[in-house]
Ligand binder design. Structure first.
Ligand code: G3H
Ligand code: 13P
Ligand code: ZN
Length: 307
C-alpha cells in the first residue's frame, strides 16, 4: 500500500525545500491522470476530495478508486479531505480511511475555530490521521466560506491557534484566492508575512490554497474551441516557486486541472465532430491532467524525484 499520511512527506519537504502538490479529484480520470504523473516524476502527491466531489461521485467511489490505485502505484500518496466544513464530514472521511483531513473553521470567530479544530484533532489523532486547519480568509468563494475580501493570517494569532488547537499543518492567507479570476491588477503575495509566520511556527508545515496559475495558453485553447472563460488570471509560477522552497509544504491546485480537462475535451469534440465514444475524449482529458500535473511537479513544486 502506498497510501500514506503526510507526516514524513512534509518533513522531507521542509528539510529539502520543495512542496507537495495537492490536486482535487472528482472522477476516475483525474485520479489516474494525477497518479500517473506522480509516478512519471517519482514525486509524492496528495489527492484531495471536496464535499462537492464526494457528493458528485458518491461517498464510497472516490476512496475506493484510490484504494484500487494504491495496489498499483509505487509512490507515496495521501488521501485528504479538502475544506471540511464541520466535525461530521471530517469524522466520516476519517472513518472511511482518509489519511488526512482539513477542518476549515476560517469563517468562524477565533475561539470557535480553535474549539472546532480541537474537536477534530482529538478524533483524528486517536486514529493516526493528520489535521490541516485554516486561519485567515482567502478572497473569493470557498465551499464553506464566501468572503468578498481576504483577511491575511495574523502571526500572533497563528502561533496561539496552532498551540491551542493542536492542528498539524496550517493553511494561511497571504494573497491567493480560489477560482480562475484571482487578481484584477498585479499579482502580489505577502512573502514578508510568510517569513514571519514560518519563524513563529518552526517545524509546522504551512499550506497555500488557491494556487492555480491559470495558464493563459490553456485558457486560449478552451476559448478557441467554443469556451467563454473571461478575465482569468492566476498566481504566476515564479511566486509559487518562491513559496515552494519556503515553509509552504502543500500547494493546492484544482482550477488548473479543470481547465486542462476542459481544453482537451473541447478540442476533441470540436476537431473530431464524428467522435461519440466517451472513452476517446475522457482519455484526452486524463492525458491533459497528467501533463499539467507533471509540469507542476517538475517546474513549480520541485517535488520530482522526491518520492
Ligand atoms: O477550494 C475548493 C476546490 O477548488 C474544490 O472545489 O468545492 O467545487 O469541488 P469544489
Ligand atoms: P485553485 O482554485 O487556485 O485551484 O485552488 C484550489 C484549492 O485551494 C483547493 O482547496
Ligand atoms: Zn482551498
Amino acid at each position: 500500500m502506498s497510501l500514506t499520511g503526510p507526516r514524513s512527506l512534509f518533513a522531507k519537504a521542509l528539510e529539502e525545500g520543495f512542496a507537495v502538490g495537492a490536486f482535487n479529484i472528482n472522477n476516475m480520470e483525474t485520479v489516474q491522470g494525477i497518479l500517473q504523473a506522480a509516478e512519471d516524476e517519482r514525486s509524492p502527491v496528495i489527492l484531495q476530495v471536496s464535499k462537492g466531489a464526494r457528493g458528485y461521485a458518491g461517498r464510497a467511489y472516490l476512496h475506493k478508486m484510490v484504494e484500487a490505485a494504491s495496489a498499483e502505484i509505487g509512490i507515496p500518496f495521501v488521501l485528504h479531505l479538502d475544506h471540511g466544513a464541520d466535525f461530521d464530514i471530517c469524522k466520516s472521511c476519517i472513518d472511511d480511511g482518509f489519511t488526512s483531513v482539513m477542518i476549515d473553521g476560517s469563517h468562524l470567530p477565533f475561539e470557535e475555530n480553535i474549539a472546532l479544530t480541537r474537536r477534530v484533532v482529538e478524533y483524528a489523532h486517536e486514529r493516526g490521521v493528520w489535521v490541516e486547519a485554516e486561519l485567515g480568509r482567502l478572497a473569493g468563494m470557498e465551499e464553506a466560506v464566501s468572503s468578498r475580501e481576504s483577511v491575511y493570517t495574523d502571526p500572533d494569532e497563528a502561533e496561539m491557534f496552532v498551540a491551542r488547537s493542536g492542528c498539524d499543518s496550517l493553511a494561511i492567507a497571504i494573497g491567493t484566492s480560489h477560482g480562475a479570476c484571482k487578481f484584477a491588477g498585479e499579482a502580489i503575495l505577502d512573502f514578508k508575512r510568510l517569513d514571519v509566520l514560518a519563524q513563529r511556527l518552526p517545524g509546522v508545515p504551512l499550506v497555500l490554497h488557491g494556487a492555480s496559475s491559470v495558464p493563459q495558453d490553456t485558457v486560449a485553447v478552451v476559448n478557441a474551441h467554443g469556451g467563454a472563460v473571461a478575465g482569468a488570471s492566476g498566481v504566476p509560477e515564479e511566486l509559487l516557486k518562491r513559496a515552494a522552497v519556503s515553509a509552504i509544504c502543500k500547494i493546492n491546485i484544482d482550477t488548473d486541472l479543470r481547465l486542462a480537462v476542459t481544453a482537451a475535451i473541447r478540442t476533441v469534440l470540436t476537431e473530431e465532430p464524428g467522435v461519440f465514444d466517451p472513452r476517446i475524449y475522457f482519455a484526452a482529458g486524463r492525458e491533459s491532467v497528467r501533463s499539467m500535473v507533471r509540469h507542476k511537479i517538475r517546474d513549480v513544486l520541485g517535488s520530482a524525484g522526491k518520492a
